[in-house]
Design a protein around this ligand. Sequence first.
Ligand code: FMN
Length: 314
Amino acid sequence: MKTVITELLGIEYPVIQGGMAWVGTAELAAAVSEAGGLGIIGAGGAPASWVEEQIHKVKEKTDKPFGVNLMLLNPEADAIAELLVKEEVKVVTTGAGNPEKYMEEWKKAGVRVIPVVASTALAKRMEKAGADAVIAEGTESGGHIGETTTMALVPQVVDAVNIPVIAAGGIADGRGMAAAFMLGAKAIQMGTIFVASKESIVSEAYKNKVIKAKDIDTKVTGRTTGHPVRCLRNQQTREYLKLEQAGASFEELEKLTLGGLRKAVVDGDVIHGSVMAGQIAGLVKDSRSCKEIIEGICREMKDVVLSQAENIGR
Ligand code: FMN
């Protein structure tokens, strides 16, 4: 499948694996890239040395393009930004802030820069700063979120900028992918479905929780602190929301979630850990390989578009 994004990134399918802290390891990123999508190492809060190790591992597993997601609040963000240039990483996606201060160096080195945005204002600012594309991420997504839904955000970002837009949040099958393209997106980014994929290193308990989740099983914690996060509901979200309602301080609330994602991903503690996942978890019914996910969704999308065109034509 060809779109401006597949051409820009040198990939086969317009499918990007969202950068995910703890989840986006070399195993997952390499599997997605090898399957023709864009795999992304999630730097999260990890040190630069870990990111370097993961980059080397991906390079051993595939010679196809891959990217790194730089979470801008990472204390070693400067070192990681430099590392990406040194390692000639082709694509960087950025989260949790504004990557403008790295833009010039990255552009000079030919790195494709694709910030994640949750508003038209940030999308415009990123275009002006030289971004090659933006990922418009709706509030349905797993992890840290904005306020606007994918359905409302994507067309508004498409109208606001002249660079290509990638849609993220709430997409896990051909219908969602078709809808994103109808809204003007030129590629999709998915997170939740890849958490449950065969190649993901996430604990079986976490994968099973995603697979068993229903449509209403996510909760958003941290709205009062200004850092909303979407997770599958469990004891941790219940306790957090109770404390939040009681007016607990930021410090008290943070104690409850500190290291929470690691707990769920690595230790398999889906009771006290942060089981980050999006609202689309209800549609993820099994654990498939990245190749099956990527080829399947693109095939389904074509079928959906053709059959709907036929329906509308009648
Ligand atoms: N986005 C980032 O930019 N940086 C992250 O570190 C990050 N961590 C995530 C961790 C998990 C477990 C999940 C589910 C999502 C995370 N995200 C992060 C968001 C994803 O990259 C992606 O945009 C989102 O999952 C897409 O929506 P979906 O979950 O509905 O597929």
